[in-house]
Structures are given as C-alpha cells and as structure tokens.
Design a binder for this molecule. Structure first.
Ligand code: PMV
Length: 319
C-alpha cells in the first residue's frame, strides 16, 4: 500500500453560529490558511491489525485500540472501515499535523476528522465521495460537540462558502466582490461543547428571550448573505456587528474578544465579531486592503496572540 497524504482546511463562520444549532441559517467560508495534514504509511513488520496514531497537537502517540471508544479519531477510523466494509484494521502508521488551534472556533476537530477519513479511505484504495465523507464527519462531530449543527464538517468537506441550514440542501454562495478578513486569536481556549451546552441551559431558563435572539441572528444571516453576494461590504460589516451584539447579549462573548472587536472597528474594520463557539477563541474582522495594516496593529495592541489573514475572490471583481 502506498504512502498517502491528505489535508483539510479550517473554517470561519461569518454569521449565525449557535443559532444554526437551532435551525437558523448561517454563513460560513473555508479558511485555507490553516490546515490539517494526515499521512498514512504501511507499518512493515508492525503488529498485524494495529493502526498506530500520532498527533502531537492532541498529545497522542499510541495504537488506536488503546484510545477510549468515544474518542473522535477512533470513531473516524471505525466509521471509514465500516463504510468500506473492511473488517481488519490495516497495519499502518497514521500521523496528523495540524496548524489549526484547538478549541478556538476554527473547526479544528472537524478538519482533523476530515483529513483522517480522506487519507484512510484513499489508503484503502476507495477515496470517499464528499457526501459520504460529510455524513461520517458529522458523526465524529457529535462525539466532540454533543449537539452540532453540521456546519463545520460541511464547509470543511466542500471547501466553498455556504449558506447552511440544518437538514436542508447545502447552498453554495459566491461573493461578487473580493473580501478581506483578519482573524485574531484571544488566546483563550474554550470547548464548543461547553458553549453549546451553556446556551441550551440558558434557553431552558428563558426560552422566549433566547428564541427571539436566535431568530434575529437568523434574519441577520440572511441579510448578510445578500450583502455577501451583492458585494455590499458595508452592509456585510453591519450584519457582523449586529450579530456580535446579539452573541454578547447571549453571553457568548468575553472581555478579551470584546477588546479585540472594539479595537478592530476603531481602526477601520467594516465589521467585527467573534467566530465559532465564543467565550474565547477567535474573532473575525472584515477589512479592506487600505485598513489592513491599521487593524492588524490595533489587534496586536489589544492583546491578539495570533493574527491570520484570508481573502475570498469575488466572482465579478477583477482587482
Ligand atoms: O467552535 P467551532 O469551530 O466548533 O464552531 C462551532 C459553531 C457552533 O454554531 C457554535 C456549533 C455548531 O455545531 O454549529
């Protein structure tokens, strides 16, 4: 069997995180600046049926069978073997390299699962179709997040901007103008499972208030989708700001994120909000090439521990 290397990108939610768990629409884009790579090689003379897994970022260096049954990587491997009808685990070494920060709102767990499943299915001679890969990756997300919407695995598998709504056909969306973003890490790690569970608990206590806020986020996501497609950058920025205000009302932001968001806006960003699970992790600012340097500097002074940049090419933009 050959050595196989596969990768998967990170993702950014432009609008609609959390509300998407409750059936509202959300807008997300792939973020190819950060990636997971998974390399699988045959383990010559290794113990038959042993898949050794090494992932520095997850502090793993052991045979798969030693991992707990509910470990998402073990699940990812088992799902691929079952899907392909392979009864014996291949004798191989699987190594994961990831530059996507964990528990930071950028979809690291979904990207790790997708890269692993892509590599393993190719190693076994049957690369999975996107639809199948997406279905299996959603199963691993359930282990990680408890009640995921499916947005992370979908945007990571298809690697295209999407308007996502739980249980509905994926809608691919295209910006008409070039879009430029800066992403800044607050340095605070927060598991998405915790923030999703926190909101669920809040919703039980105050269903009317929470439902109204989630519905409003859904409306903002649809408004933002139009702005995204029409290339109306200031309307898209406004949507991001309005979305952030609601996320803060839902207590899903935090001081460090607010500091970064305010700094970005004051330095000229058209809009800024947290991205992903919140209460830590990363924020996202919509910028222009003209404001980029000022916003970057402001984010650094406001405490960003890492800053990334990504651009989306507009379909009608020749710049
Ligand atoms: O924090 P991340 O990258 O896992 O993004 C989570 C997005 C949520 O809407 C909060 C959860 C979900 O499953 O949609």
């Amino acid at each position: 069997m050959p050595v196989i290397s596969s990768s998967a990108c990170a993702k950014l939610i432009l609008l609609g995180e959390h509300a998407v768990v409750y059936g509202q629409p959300a807008l997300a884009i792939p973020f190819s600046g950060l990636k997971v790579r998974c390399v699988i090689e045959p383990w010559i003379n290794g113990p038959t049926g042993t898949l050794h897994i090494k992932a520095r970022e997850l502090q793993l260096n052991q045979p798969l069978q030693v991992l707990p049954e509910d470990n998402f990587l073990r699940k990812a491997v088992e799902l691929v073997l079952a899907e392909l009808g392979v009864s014996q685990t291949p004798t191989c070494k699987l190594t994961i390299y990831s530059d996507i920060p964990i528990s930071a709102g950028l979809g690291a767990s979904a990207a790790i699962a997708v890269a692993t499943m892509r590599a393993l299915s190719a190693f076994l001679g049957h690369p999975l179709e996107k639809e199948t890969l997406n279905r299996l990756a959603f199963e691993t997300e359930r282990l990680m997040h408890g009640n995921p919407s499916g947005i992370d695995n979908t945007v990571i598998v298809y690697e295209q901007p999407i308007l996502f709504r739980k249980g509905e056909l994926i809608e691919f969306v295209y910006p008409s103008k070039n879009l430029h973003f800066l992403i800044a890490d607050s340095g605070i790690k927060k598991a998405t499972a915790d923030t999703v569970a926190y909101l669920a608990q809040q919703r039980e206590g105050n269903p009317q208030f929470i439902e109204a806020a989630l519905a409003e986020i859904g409306r903002i996501a649809l408004f933002g989708r139009k702005a995204f497609e029409q290339g109306d950058l200031s309307a898209l920025g406004e949507a991001m700001n309005a979305n952030q205000a609601l996320l803060a009302q839902l207590d899903l932001s935090c001081e460090a994120l607010e500091k970064l968001i305010v700094a970005a806006r004051q330095a000229g960003a058209l809009g800024a909000k947290l991205t992903g699970g919140g209460k830590g992790g990363n924020m996202l600012a919509l910028i222009t090439p003209e404001t980029q340097e000022a916003v970057r500097k402001a984010l650094l002074s406001a405490g960003a521990v890492s800053i990334y940049q990504t651009n989306l090419k507009g379909v009608q933009d020749n710049d």
